[in-house]
Structure formats: structure tokens, C-alpha cells
Ligand binder design. Structure first.
Ligand code: HXC
Length: 520
């Protein structure tokens, strides 16, 4: 017969188990079923998908709100609507917060937000990434300004973590008001097609501006990627969002004092003859720069960031000989690879991320320049373009540039020219490093000669060719030491890999300061 003490212990254990089971049910079976019926995983299922099996340690599981307003007194809020803790993802520790929409719509009250901040601070102390799975109606309305205070604490913590540990947000459900600003302060946002993200929803917009727009059109994943550039990756559903997150983490170091993990393996460093065929002979013909990138990174494995935003520039992660690199490349297929406001913002932000997390930057250049136009000038192309100049100049990580074709004017400089601190500059024989295209230059420099000529077209062609053969080659830049080497395209992967290997120990000091003043 069990002892009395044993019986009491068993009762307590049963009670504990019951309590935990109840908390794990969140807002209850009915609401969980509704969540699943909407094609979404629950907060705990998302964590199970992200973290390695049995690795998750939960924080503050028994937390409850302290709100007495509007019928909240005594109302149960399991885990106060957010599951937080630490687990491993592919063997590396990651701190996680996952909002539970089945508990008051995942809304963020005082305690809810404090739990999120607790996980963030733990990420900061341990130098591990923070992943926030968002599914929330925003500030918990019943808690009034206490929820605003909670959100402010999250934003403050986001800012403290920024540049110290990678922060990734998954947008898995509605993300209204304050719920959109914490993700905006993180490094990468992955949004599912089941989710919407906006500051003010369609009904408020209708009242204020009269515009009629659906939630999907306004804040769907495509809209927030393509139009606003807020989102970095679009995923079909929660499962895919988690896979994207895992893949992204695999490229990143755990914190700003570490290097990204090296992918073990044997890497072929053989010539890639196909690279000799990528760039068309006619300089006006477009091609896809991703065909070049894929032949330089290991196994063609390139994770493009913001694929459908400002497509005239391509940014993303790959590896060269097992080590992570950030790729920045003009895309001649879209607007000839011109630099404009949005592509400048996209590139500058990515360069800043790479620099903060010790990721070398490889730049592929084929751009006719900055985009001319009234809307670009009024929109502040001077300010936005300057972000690229600033970001490259301020970056102390290894910087390797490959000039593939056009590198004209200010855009040549902006795409990490030698004098912007490129450690190594390679040019292909097709490179045209010039203040402008030969056609335009000939029109200006030889204006009188062309006007005086009997056959103007022939004269124009002759002078254009004269300018091109003088300046539109890589050899003048080579003679000025703006190019280290002119290489056969097929040798690019080898040249980049060897340069990066020799730059691995690069250490560059800058004058001490609180922070620079990047044009915003
Ligand atoms: C408290 C909330 C809530 C909130 C939703 N719920 N949002 N409770 N505070 N902010 C509750 C609902 O009352 C409901 O409870 C349950 O969550 C599910 O919500 P539904 O409306 O039934 O779900 P759905 O139809 O899917 O719509 C989801 C939604 C909608 C689009 C998020 O609920 C909504 O518009 N919520 C309000 C959004 C909002 O205005 N938030 C405040 C933003 S202000 P029951 O009990 O019925 O299941 C803000 C300021 C921060 O965030 C500023 C910081 C800078």
C-alpha cells in the first residue's frame, strides 16, 4: 500500500500535469480547431516545427495577465497568449516567442510583452538569435496603456538586440498596429500567404481616406514584399515559413562576435566554362545576373532576399568554399540594372546586415548608372543613393567586387569600387568602366565633329567606337589600379574563393565614435 506521503506527491504530480495540459491547450480545443481549419499551425505546433525534437525549454509557462478592466478579472489566459523559451534549431540555440491567437487573439498585454522581452534578453545574454512568430490582434485593448507600455518594451529590446544577435520575424496571422512594428525592427521578415500586416486596417483607411482596399491587397505577403519592401520572404504557409527561417539561420552566425558556421565538405574550385557564355556580346542585351551568381556560390545554392522588391538589384546569401557570403548584384534583366531609390535602400540595408554579422560581401556590377527622372529626384535619390555609398564605405568585412559589364559613373562608385574600400576588384574582359556609356559620351565630346560630318551616322559610330576603345574597357581602370585583375569569366569562382580565403583574417579599425550618421 503506498505511503500517505507518496499518495500526496502523486496527487501534486497529477495536478501539475493537468495544469500543464490545460496551458498547452491555449484558448481551448474549439479555438485550436478553428486555427487549424484556417490552414494555420498553432503557436506550439510552430515551435515544434522550428525547434529540434525535445529541445524546447519553456519560460514563464504559468504567467497570467494582471488586468481587472472590462471583464478581464479572473479570466484565464494560458501562458498569457505567448509561448516563449529556448530550443535548438539544427543543433544551435535560438530563443523563440510564439504568439497564441487562440488566447485573446494573441493580443499583447503587459505580461505577454514582458515574456517576449524576457526571451529577447536571454538571447542577448547568451549571444543566440531571436525568432518571433507573430499572430496577434496587436495591443490588448482591455489593458489599455499597459499594453502600449508592453509594446514599447519590446521595441526597446528589439533595438538593443539589433546588430548583436540576428532577429527574425515570422508573420503567421494578422499583424495589426503595434504588432507590425516589432517585426519592422528585426532583420528579416518571413510572411505567410495566410497573414496580413498593416498599421491601419482597411476599415480605418476607408473612414479616413475613402480608399476601398481588401486586407489582402493592403497587407498580404505579396503586397508587403513587392510594393513596400517590408517583407523579405514570402511563404505559402507556416510549415514553409519555418523551413525558410531554418535555411536563413543556417547562413548566419549566432551573434556579432562569431563567424557564420562553415559548411563542411569538399568544394570544387574548377573553372566554370559556362560563365564565358552568360554575357551577350551586344551590350544592350539583357541577361539574368543570377546565372552568374549561381555559378560562383557552392552548389548554386543562393538564398535570395526580397526577390520581388526592387528587382533591378539582387541580394542574398550563398557560400563560397563552405563560408557564408552576402551577394549584391545589379540585375541587367530589370531596367538594365539601374540604381534607383528602392534598389539603393534594399542594397544598403543588406550590406549593413552583412557587415554587422561578419559576412563578407561579393558584389557583381553591371549598371548603366543612377536612374534619371523627376520622380527619382523628388523622391530623394540623392539621399537614398548615398545610403549605398555609406553602407559600403562603412563596411569593414571583406569586400570583393566583380565588374561584369557596365560600371558607369556614380553607380560604378556606389557598387563597391576600389576607392569605396573594395579589398579586391576583378573585371571581366567585357567590363566597361567609364564615366558614362560610349554613345552618350561621344555625343558630348565629339558634338562639333559629328555635326560637321557629311555622314553623321557614320561619324557618330566612329567617335563612339573611339571613345569605347579608349575608356570602355577594363584596362584603363587596370592601369589606374582600380582593378586588380582582368579575369576570364570562367575563372570567377576560383578568383573569388581565393580572394576570400586570403581576406578571412581581415581586421580593419575605424575611428571611435558613438555611431555614424547614415543618410536615412
Ligand atoms: C483584445 C482581441 C484583440 C485585441 C482580437 N482580439 N484582437 N482582444 N485585444 N487587440 C480577440 C477578439 O475579441 C476575439 O475574441 C479573438 O481575439 C479573435 O478575434 P476575431 O476578431 O474573432 O478574429 P478574426 O476575425 O480572425 O480577426 C482578427 C483581427 C481582429 C483582424 C486581428 O480581431 C481585429 O481587427 N482586432 C483588433 C485589431 C486592433 O485594432 N488592434 C489594436 C491595434 S493598436 P473572442 O473572445 O471573441 O474569441 C496597437 C497600438 C500599438 O497595436 C502601438 C504601439 C506603437
Amino acid at each position: 500500500m503506498p505511503s500517505t506521503q507518496g499518495t500526496q506527491s502523486q496527487a501534486r504530480i497529477d495536478d501539475l500535469r493537468r495544469r500543464k495540459e490545460t496551458i498547452k491547450l491555449g484558448g481551448g480545443e474549439e479555438k485550436l480547431a478553428k486555427q487549424r481549419a484556417g490552414g494555420k499551425l498553432t503557436a506550439r505546433e510552430r515551435i515544434d516545427a522550428l525547434a529540434d525534437a525535445n529541445s524546447f525549454q519553456e519560460f514563464s509557462m504559468f504567467a497570467q495577465h494582471r488586468c481587472n478592466y472590462f471583464g478581464m478579472a479572473g479570466k484565464d489566459a494560458p501562458a498569457d497568449g505567448v509561448v516563449t523559451g529556448v530550443g535548438t534549431v539544427d543543433g544551435r540555440y535560438v530563443h523563440i516567442a510564439s504568439q497564441d491567437f487562440t488566447v485573446f487573439g494573441g493580443s499583447a498585454g503587459e505580461v505577454h510583452s514582458e515574456k517576449v522581452v524576457e526571451a529577447m534578453r536571454a538571447a542577448l545574454r547568451t549571444g543566440t538569435p531571436f525568432v518571433f512568430l507573430n499572430d496577434s490582434g496587436g495591443a490588448r485593448i482591455q489593458e489599455g496603456i499597459d499594453s502600449l507600455s508592453g509594446y514599447a518594451k519590446v521595441f526597446y529590446a528589439n533595438t538593443q538586440l539589433s546588430g548583436v544577435v540576428p532577429q527574425i520575424s515570422l508573420i503567421c496571422g494578422p499583424c495589426a498596429g503595434g504588432a507590425a512594428y516589432s517585426p519592422a525592427l528585426t532583420d528579416f521578415i518571413i510572411q505567410t500567404r495566410h497573414a496580413q500586416m498593416f498599421i491601419t486596417g482597411p476599415s480605418v483607411i476607408k473612414q479616413v481616406t475613402g480608399e476601398d482596399v481588401s486586407a489582402e491587397e493592403l497587407g498580404g505577403a505579396e503586397a508587403q514584399m513587392h510594393y513596400s519592401g517590408v517583407v523579405h520572404f514570402v511563404a505559402e504557409d507556416d510549415e514553409e515559413a519555418v523551413l525558410v527561417c531554418k535555411r536563413l539561420l543556417s547562413f548566419l552566425p549566432s551573434n556579432n562576435l562569431e563567424d557564420a558556421p562553415v559548411q563542411p565538405g569538399e568544394y570544387s574550385l574548377e573553372p566554370e566554362p559556362a560563365l564565358n557564355e552568360v554575357v551577350p556580346e551586344d551590350a544592350r542585351q539583357p541577361y539574368d545576373i543570377r546565372d552568374v551568381v549561381a555559378r560562383v556560390v557552392d552548389y548554386g545554392d543562393f538564398m535570395e532576399v526580397q526577390e520581388t522588391y526592387a528587382e533591378n538589384i539582387v541580394v542574398g546569401f550563398g557560400r563560397v568554399a563552405g563560408r557564408t557570403v552576402g551577394i549584391v548584384a545589379n540585375q541587367p534583366k530589370v531596367f538594365a540594372g539601374v540604381l534607383d531609390i528602392n534598389s539603393s535602400d534594399k542594397a544598403a540595408r543588406f550590406i549593413r546586415f552583412c557587415n554587422a554579422f561578419n559576412i563578407p560581401i561579393v558584389t557583381f556590377v553591371d549598371t548603366p548608372g543612377f536612374l534619371p527622372g523627376v520622380s527619382q529626384e523628388y523622391g530623394g535619390i540623392i539621399r537614398h543613393g548615398a545610403k549605398v555609398l555609406f553602407a559600403y564605405s562603412a563596411a569593414t568585412v571583406p569586400k570583393v567586387s566583380v565588374i561584369v559589364r557596365k560600371a558607369y559613373g556614380g553607380a560604378y562608385v556606389a557598387m563597391c569600387a576600389r576607392d569605396l574600400g573594395a579589398d579586391r576588384v576583378f573585371a571581366w574582359p567585357s567590363a566597361e568602366i567609364a564615366v558614362m556609356g560610349a554613345d552618350g559620351a561621344a555625343e558630348i565630346v565629339f558634338k562639333r565633329e559629328i555635326e560637321a560630318a557629311e555622314d553623321k551616322a557614320a561619324a557618330r559610330a566612329e567617335f563612339t567606337e573611339k571613345y569605347r576603345s579608349t575608356f570602355s574597357t577594363p584596362y584603363v581602370a587596370g592601369s589606374r589600379r582600380m582593378v586588380d585583375d582582368v579575369i576570364e569569366p570562367a575563372q570567377t569562382r576560383i578568383a573569388v574563393a581565393r580572394a576570400l580565403e586570403s581576406l578571412h583574417t581581415k581586421h580593419e579599425l575605424r575611428p571611435a565614435k558613438k555611431h555614424g550618421l547614415m543618410p536615412m
